[in-house]
Design a protein around this ligand. Structure first.
Ligand code: LMR
Length: 332
């Protein structure tokens, strides 16, 4: 009897473990999508577009409720909220996954990706298999990979051109990434972890001198208005992984899941175009604003930075994985 019960109660390979929570055929499905940036960013706009298309294509059966600007959960809270079922979708910057999933710091290695195409190629190949696989083992399902773009560096104190210009300056870094901290340490600055929702206030009150970000965030949060110096380094890629709770996702009716997934794939293409466009237009706007002095890093200057930063690759090769790092090197 004990053996029989064991086989009845223990789910086999590939079976759903959440059958009891399966959504009934006519039940309305609400998906809470929480994120930390402004509405008029590539991520914010794509989340809204996704919600509108899903509503239309499921004839209102699925409602994606988007919560921007950290109104629901902020940095450091999102992943737990997803795991506990408080929200069903999040799209954190990859660096923020590093607490539980250190391999994701691969994106934080300085100058590691040449352009967005290389990033997408990596995520469609070996690197993606490894990174997404690690999430899945923890009941987190990735649905898409969205671009924010390449990061630039802003500060309130002085023009930065060479690594030695970082001396005595402090920079906010995204939470959880040891690679990002190390990057500023190597440059001679002091890194300070900070939550995105507090970034504008912290810069305005000079809690630290500068930060690194993509131009869409620098514009939509008005960071450039309190940061008179900007250097276009494109030294690091910032992307978002759209995540859901795997058990939740598997509990959805298959036809609904299919609509949600195909719509996500379509919106992903749109989001990437949007990111390219907004980053280009945003930089032009900031350069013309007269508020922020913009310097474009030259190839010679970049070589100097690389010399200082390159040891990070070796220092973090065990954490990130030698196989992943060599895979990028092959790609490049
Ligand atoms: C940041 O914290 O600077 C960014 O990750 C915000 C975002 O999600 O783009």
């Amino acid at each position: 009897l004990c053996l029989c019960l064991f086989f009845i109660l223990t789910p086999g390979c590939g079976e759903r473990v959440v059958d009891k929570e399966q959504v009934s055929p006519d039940e309305k499905i609400v998906i809470k999508f929480s994120h930390v940036v402004a509405e008029n960013t590539p991520k914010g706009l794509a989340a809204e577009r996704y919600a509108a298309l899903v509503k239309e294509r499921t004839r209102g059966r699925v409602e994606v409720q988007v919560f921007p600007n950290s109104t629901l959960y902020k940095d450091g809270e999102e992943i737990q909220a997803l795991q506990s079922g408080a929200v069903q979708m999040i799209a954190p910057a990859t660096s923020k996954l590093a607490g539980e999933f250190p391999q994701w710091q691969i994106f934080d290695l300085p100058y590691v990706f040449m352009n967005e195409e290389k990033v997408h190629e990596a995520m469609n190949g070996y690197i993606g298999v490894k990174l997404y696989g690690g999430l899945r083992q923890n009941n987190i399902q990735s649905l898409a990979f969205w671009d924010s773009g390449f990061k630039l560096i802003t500060n309130s104190r002085k023009p930065i051109i060479y690594p030695q210009d970082f001396n005595d300056l402090s920079f906010r870094v995204m939470i959880n990434s040891k690679v990002l901290k190390k990057q500023f340490e190597k440059l001679g600055a002091t890194p300070v972890e900070g939550s995105f929702d507090d970034l504008y206030r912290a810069l305005e009150t000079r809690a630290f001198d500068g930060e690194e970000n993509t131009i869409s965030n620098i514009c939509t949060k008005n960071l450039y208005k309190v940061q008179p110096y900007l250097i276009v380094t494109n030294h690091g890629y910032m992307g978002y992984v759209v995540l859901t709770n795997a058990a939740y996702w598997n509990s959805l009716p298959p036809d609904i899941r299919e609509v949600l997934e195909s719509t996500m794939a379509e919106v992903t293409e749109w989001e990437r175009q949007q990111a390219l466009k907004m980053n280009k237009e945003g930089l032009e706007m900031v350069a013309q604003s007269g508020v922020t002095q913009v310097h474009y890093q030259t190839e010679d200057e970049k070589r100097e930075w690389m010399e200082v930063l390159r040891p990070i690759y070796t220092e973090f090769s065990d954490v990130i994985g030698r196989d992943l790092i060599s895979s990028i090197e092959e790609l490049n």
